[in-house]
Design a protein around this ligand. Structure first.
Ligand code: D5M
Ligand code: FE
Ligand code: ZN
Length: 601
């Protein structure tokens, strides 16, 4: 090729890359662009780089040499393990390398004749102060604060609020809630009500497992590195020491006497044993293995050992991952300055129902008996989600009648509608059923039927099943009562009832709300698995444990809402110390978390 056609190629590639980045909203620094253009097949490589970057924690839509270096370090590390062809690098200086016949063309970012490390390091030095190219203008700009403040944008914005009066007398203010100026924009994106019939036949269990497998398999397939995964049934054809990547549901996991993990995974074609060594160099793997429970989908890479005398063989695993959510996840933003209040476990009808705290909550929502800041915040609330256990129910646990002030389920709902009718009309109430409400105990649960909820419906409450997903002003909230949280605590060491958000993170990482089947959590054998987290929510709301908590995981806001009920003897027997009277609020336009403490007055 002559110089001129090389130059044309270069310009065409550059334009195509910039167009591609413009479409995906990603910026690139000049040195990174220059570097990518030097790669073989730069157009293919940029697609791989974009995919891989989305799983890097510090990636904030700016392709910098640092990001590229992180990708290439990973690649070199893998490549050195697989004995792939590559050039000398600080990671494998004195190792002899041989060509890998099955090397995945797309997986390696290799620049001819030059070490990635060296090349990137030199580009990195050049990059200092050179700015960012934004593909929209194709011009270099100096990084602004928002570009640099990735860490800041990951910070949790939290405010604690109380109702201590600020001296303003009643006559000095009028409560003018801004939320009144906005129409309700509520869409129910997912609700199992009416779609979860079971025939009670064995086939139902089979279909549920198949649905779970297929959904989780497809989600895992979206991770770029799983493109190389082979079906388990094809593994046995491989020879000794072959590098294998595969994925499947965990059928069994146990720790061996030597402290290694022995795991069996299966897909539709068969099952295979894995060993994760105790002394594995990859500490991250061990940590993941420690938190694996049965029926979770995992992706693994390792070295195959076929075993002797027709034994089934085993993969010595050097890399494990769960589906998780991409680091680049950005929540949807409301264009309107409104908030959502997330509560659960009011347990109306229980002797321990905190009517005093409820009255304070109602005062707060009506802008009464509070302070200026509280009124401002209350005025933004457009939605109130009640995530299960609205009433205490009847016959839910042994001797419950002794804990009830209202022993009739209809009367409990009547009382509930009286209490909810005190909430200002401009606030839309959504009630999703819990294990104390009069629906079946097994999840997924339908909405509470009209015969109980008619008075609630009359005052405008929207009754939905559990789990459900709602959308309010673009923002998606996954509402799940949390029945399986107790199983998670029992099975995974380090998880505790008083840190409910840690359990919620595990749900997101394995993309399932009740990953294990057949423990305490009752799961209905319906033909479709409603408990797979197929789409990533902006807000994830649970209840059930009665202990408030908030955190963010990869930009998803996690809220466990606490309760309006003091400790019962039943809870005491499980060592649960509830946190009644803390109400979590989230601003739909900023994701700021506000924790209203109704006790602090
Ligand atoms: O759950 C109230 C609290 O009691 C909550 O923290 C869960 C806990 N709980 C409920 N049932 C059990 C069992 N069987 N074992 C351990 N802990 C439990 P609620 O759903 O409101 O009754
Ligand atoms: Fe409860
Ligand atoms: Zn509950």
């Amino acid at each position: 090729m002559d110089d001129k056609s090389l130059q044309n190629d270069f310009l065409e590639n550059k334009q195509a890359i910039l167009n591609k980045l413009a479409k995906t909203g990603i910026n690139i620094t000049p040195a990174t662009l220059k570097y990518v253009l030097k790669l073989d097949n730069p157009l293919d490589q940029i697609n791989i780089i974009i995919k891989k970057a989305s799983f890097i924690p510090t990636f904030n839509s700016h392709l910098t040499p640092e990001i590229l270096k992180k990708i290439s370090e990973g690649e070199l590390h893998k490549a050195s393990k697989r004995n792939t062809t590559h050039v000398s690098s600080p990671l494998n200086e004195n190792k002899k390398v041989k060509k890998d016949k099955v090397s995945n063309k797309n997986a390696n970012i290799i620049i001819s004749g030059e070490s990635l490390e060296t090349s990137l390091n030199s580009e990195l030095t050049k990059e200092t102060n050179s700015g960012i190219i934004t593909p929209f203008t194709n011009e270099a700009i100096i990084p602004n604060k928002s570009v640099q403040s990735n860490e800041k944008s990951r910070q949790v914005f939290k405010e604690r609020l109380d109702l201590k009066p600020d001296g303003a007398t009643k006559s000095t203010f009028r409560f003018n809630p801004i939320a009144k100026d906005y129409c309700v924009q509520l869409e129910i994106l997912k609700d199992p009500t009416g779609k979860i019939h079971t025939s009670g036949k064995y086939d139902d269990f089979y279909e549920l497992t198949l649905s779970k497998f297929n959904k989780l398999y497809q989600l895992m397939r979206k991770r770029p590195e799983t493109l190389t995964a082979i079906k388990i049934g094809n593994i046995l054809r491989n020879s000794r020491n072959q590098h294998i990547s595969t994925m499947g549901l965990v059928k069994e996991i146990r720790e061996t006497k030597k402290g290694n993990y022995f795991i069996t995974i299966e897909d539709l074609t068969g099952s295979i044993n894995l060993i994760v060594r105790k002394d594995s160099e990859n500490i991250e793997n061990r940590k993941i293995a420690e938190r694996i429970i049965e029926d979770q989908m995992i992706y693994i890479e390792g070295t195959f050992n076929p075993g002797e005398n027709n034994k089934r063989g085993v993969i010595f695993t050097d890399s494990i991952s769960k589906i998780d959510i991409p680091n680049s996840f950005q929540p949807n933003i409301s264009p309107d300055p409104l908030s959502i209040a997330l509560i659960s476990d009011t347990h109306i009808g229980s002797r321990e129902f905190r009517n005093d705290l409820w009255n304070k909550f109602v005062d707060f929502l009506n802008g009464r008996n509070s302070n200026k800041r509280s009124r401002e915040i209350a005025g933004r609330i457009k939605y109130l989600v009640i995530n299960g256990d609205l009433v205490d129910g009847v016959g839910i646990y042994p001797n419950q009648q002794e804990d009830l002030t209202i022993t009739d389920i209809y009367k409990q709902f009547k009382r509930a509608s009286e209490l909810l009718s005190e909430i200002p009309e401009h606030i839309k109430i959504i009630f999703s059923s819990g294990n104390h409400d009069p629906v079946r105990n097994a999840i997924p649960r339908p909405a509470v039927p009209k015969k109980y909820a008619n008075e609630l419906i009359d005052i405008g409450v929207k009754c939905i099943g559990n789990p459900s997903i709602i959308q309010t002003h673009n923002v998606k909230t996954l509402i799940y009562h949390g029945d399986s949280m107790l199983d998670m605590n029992l099975l995974i060491s380090g998880l505790e009832n008083d840190k409910p958000v840690d359990i919620m993170k595990e749900f997101l990482i394995c993309r399932h709300l009740a990953p294990i089947y057949g423990k305490k959590t009752q799961i209905a054998p319906v033909s479709k698995d409603w408990l797979v987290i197929d789409s990533i929510p902006d807000i994830f709301h649970t209840g059930h444990v009665h202990i408030n908590g908030f955190d963010k995981y990869k930009n998803v806001s996690l809220v466990n809402s606490g309760c309006f009920q003091s400790q019962t003897d039943f809870m005491k027997s499980f060592g649960i110390v509830p946190t009644p009277g803390i109400v979590p609020l989230i601003e739909l336009d900023t994701y700021k978390y506000i924790e209203l403490d109704l006790k602090a007055t």
